[in-house]
Structures are given as C-alpha cells and as structure tokens.
Design a protein around this ligand. Structure first.
Ligand code: SDX
Length: 431
C-alpha cells in the first residue's frame, strides 16, 4: 500500500514536497497543505472553495453524486420520517440521539430560555414596518450579545452550551416577533406547554384576544421542514459562522453573520426567489420561455431552486419536500394549487432537458419549500427567516465544534495579488 501522501513538484525549481493525505470516516480524503507555503512558498487558489475542505467535522456528511445527507450518521430521510426538530437539534449539538429522559430534559431546559429580554423587543421599533424581515433578524440577533454578558466566555464549555441553548430557544421567538412587527400585531409570548414548532406557530399566528389551536398537520409539516434545513456541512452561511467564530467573537454575533450570508438568493434566499419565479412564470405554457432564459448565458436569470454546488443528483431534501408538499396540499384541500402544478411541470421539463442533465442540475431543498410555506399562510418574505430558524442549530453546533477544536486558530486566508507593484505617490498638481 503506497504511503498516504501526495507528492507535488514545482517544475520551475524542481523542488518536491510530500504532503500527507488525511482520510475521514467516509467521503473524499483531503491533502493537508498546512506546510505548503512554508516549504514551497506557494499558496493554493480556489475561489468558491470547489476543491477545498475548510475544516474537519463530525456533524454532517453529504455525498453530492449519490444525493446522500447524514446528520451524525443518520440519513435525513429517516430523521424527517421519525424524528422531531428538537430531537434532531439534540443529535446535532451532542452527537447522539437522546434517550427519553434526555429528550424531556432538553425540552425543559430549552423551554426555560424561549423568552427574550423585554428590552430586546424595543429594538424592533427602530425598523420600518416594511423592512425585509431578514434585516430585522440580522439586527435583533446580533443585539442578543448585549443582554447575556454572563455567558460569553467562548473558552468556557458551560458558557458555550448555555449560549447555544439560548440561541436555539430564542430564535423562534425573535422570528415570530419579526413577523408580528411587520404586520403590526402584538408580540406573542412563548407557551412552554407547547412543543418547539407548535410554540413557534403559536407565536406567529395567535393573537392576545383569541384562543389559537395550532394545526397538527401544519405543525408536523413545518417540523419536517426545520429538520431538513437544520444543517448542511460547510455551506456559505455555516462557513461564515465558523470564520466569524474563529476570531473568538461571541456566538450571537456569529449567528447574526450567518443570517446575513443565508439571505442571499444564491443561498437561503432561493426559497423566496423560487416563489417569485413561479409567480412570474404564471402558467404552465410559459415554462418553455423561462427554461430558455435559464440556459441563455447572456441572461442573468437562473432557475431558482435548481442546481447545487455539492449535489449533482437529486437533493435528498427536495425529494422529502416534494412528498410533503403533496401531503400538505392534500390535507389543506389545495392540490389544484397552480404554483405547485407549474413547479411539478417545470421540474419534469428541466429534468428532460440536455442543458440541465449535462450540468447535473436537479431541484434543491428550496424548490418546493415556498409552495408548502405559502399553503401554511406564511408570507414569502418570511421564507428565509424560517430557513434561519432551522439552520441556527446547525450553525451553533458547527460553532461549538470549531471553537472547542484543539489548536483552534483564527481563519485568515491569503490571496493571489494582481494589483500594482510599489509606486511613488504623485502630488495632486502633477496628476
Ligand atoms: C442552498 O451549499 C449548500 O449546502 C446550500 C444549501 C444549504 O442547505 O445550506 O443547500 C442551501 O443554498 C441551495 C441552493 C439554493 N440556490 C438556488 O437555488 C439558486 C439557483 N442555483 C444557482 O445559483 C447555483 O446552482 C448554485 C449557486 C446553487 C450553485 O452554483 P455553482 O456550484 O457555483 O454552480 P455553477 O455556477 O458553477 O454552475 C455550473 C453550470 C453553469 O453553467 P456553465 O458555465 O457550465 O455553462 O450550471 C449552470 C451555470 O450557469 N447553472 C444554472 C443553474 N445553476 C447552475 N443554470 C441555470 N439555472 C440554475 N439554477
């Protein structure tokens, strides 16, 4: 068996370097290039990180060609079918499925932190009512660190855990308050007798003057959506959280940075962009026109909800999401939902089109989410907020793993400089 190394040779100088190849449990091994610059005076260049592993992690595994997603080894399809979001959150944070006792204890401790400091609610009044809810989320979540000075020592494991639990517990409360503020309704306080997702829906849709029964169908479907969106390896927003956290910034500021990155339409903002696209297409007979636009290199339009940096097969979450869309629309008696019909036909046509087949472009997690959330009466500008509620446990789990890593160092990439060489300042009168 050859040594697990990669030998590189700089043909300009003939110098060679043997680099260790590190193997994980499953998936592609990685060449450890830590010594490359010191030994060879060379950087690697990989904009978009298509060939770069930024860290070692035990949390989530994705196999792009096979369309596999595992949370701590458990297939996403099984968790979506049998687990709950809170149980999956425990799994992501602590690495194992909880026992009955552990699950009850976790629900209890999370429930004790669902309220936010009363003064935090005053931050909302600084925003316009028509501000995009993601802007409010970025601001209010970032402000959390102004209220919890008792647990911001990132080197203290207990502080890390209590901050993680606070973040997991408070993100639905803040998200629901973001929605209430946008529609001018009173904030609803958490009801700790409710399960996590039910509590969130109650805070979203209940009003102080009436009782509100959360629909079990909607609660179960949303719980599944939260499970599917909980973590996803080193995607853009998780990498943002890790990089922000590597400077030892407090976890609330790091999650706020993650929310900012998720907002982009190329990332978590795609679920909102899919619905805008489906509404713009408007009818099945206009699909061909949009497929043509998506293929036209001179047109910036892309098929929202299609394609993925890692999945070159069906996103396993999209399969579960499509099935959930059928179930929810059936339960709500909305199977003839026009947007759903357009989405299904768009998916069928695209998957038969050479352009998409050749580039292995398949529906991703965002393709169906918007249709389900719309059926639940969740407004489009709240879709990415829902994504951030789900992904917070992934972000915080990855942050805990990063900050507690042996030899954790600040992330500080280098560059290939293409600018001017040193030159002399030219006084204004001589320019
Ligand atoms: C999420 O990273 C994650 O894990 C993210 C996520 C998570 O859970 O965290 O899974 C969530 O962000 C899902 C992705 C949501 N975004 C969208 O649906 C937006 C639409 N998709 C594209 O923007 C794009 O597919 C990306 C951003 C998702 C991936 O982009 P890549 O990997 O940089 O792909 P690429 O640009 O290199 O595309 C390869 C080719 C190009 O054509 P050629 O230059 O080879 O001719 O495919 C084309 C692209 O033009 N292409 C598309 C397309 N996506 C890629 N063409 C039309 N429509 C599309 N959607």
């Amino acid at each position: 068996m050859s040594k697990k190394t990669l030998t590189i040779r700089d043909n300009r100088t003939g110098k060679e370097l043997e680099l260790p190849i590190k193997e994980g449990t499953i998936g592609p091994p990685a060449v450890d290039i830590t010594s490359l610059y010191k030994e060879m005076g060379l950087f690697t260049l990989d904009p978009g990180f298509r060939s770069t592993a930024s860290c070692e992690s035990d949390i989530t595994y994705i196999d792009g060609p096979e369309g596999i997603l595992l949370y701590r080894g458990y297939p996403i399809e099984e968790l979506a079918e049998h687990s709950t979001f809170l149980e999956t959150s425990y799994l992501l944070m602590y690495g194992e499925l909880p026992s009955m006792e552990q699950c009850k204890g976790f629900h209890k401790v999370v429930s004790q932190h669902t309220m936010v400091h009363e003064q935090l609610l005053q931050f909302f009044s600084g925003f316009r009512r028509d501000a995009h809810p993601m802007s409010t989320m970025v601001g209010v979540v970032g402000a959390l660190s102004a209220f919890y000075h008792d647990s911001l020592d990132v080197h203290d494991p207990r502080h890390r855990e209590i901050s993680a639990i606070r973040m997991l517990a408070k993100i639905p409360t803040i998200a629901a308050a973001t929605y209430k503020y946008a529609i001018g309704q009173a904030f609803m306080y958490p009801q700790n007798k409710l399960q996590y997702t039910e509590n969130f829906l109650h805070m979203m849709f209940a009003v102080p003057c009436d009782d509100y029964e959360v629909s079990p169908v909607i609660s179960k479907a949303l719980d599944k959506i939260l499970i599917l969106h909980a973590d996803h390896e080193q995607n853009a927003s998780t990498s943002t959280v890790r990089l922000a956290g590597s400077s030892q910034a407090n976890p609330f500021a790091c999650i706020s940075a993650g929310i900012s990155s998720l907002w982009g339409p190329a990332h978590g903002g795609a679920n909102e962009a899919v619905l805008v696209m489906l509404r713009e297409i408007g009818s099945i007979d206009r699909i061909g026109e949009y497929i043509k636009k998506a293929k036209d290199k001179s047109d910036p339009f892309r098929l929202m909800g299609f394609g993925h940096r890692v999945y070159k097969n069906f996103d396993p979450r999209a399969k579960v999401m499509r099935k959930t869309a059928h179930e929810v629309l059936h339960e709500l008696g909305a199977e003839d939902n026009e947007l759903f019909k357009i989405a299904m036909e768009l998916e069928r046509i695209a998957l038969e089109d050479e352009y998409f087949i050749k580039r292995k472009l398949y529906p991703n997690v965002d393709f169906y989410t918007g249709i389900i959330l719309t059926a639940m009466n969740i407004p489009m500008n709240m879709f990415t907020v829902i994504f951030s509620v789900a992904r917070t446990v992934g972000w915080i789990s990855q942050w805990m793993e990063m900050i507690s890593e042996e030899g954790q160092a600040i992330g500080r990439p280098r560059q290939l400089y293409r600018g001017h060489e040193k030159r002399v300042y030219v006084p204004m009168e001589n320019r």
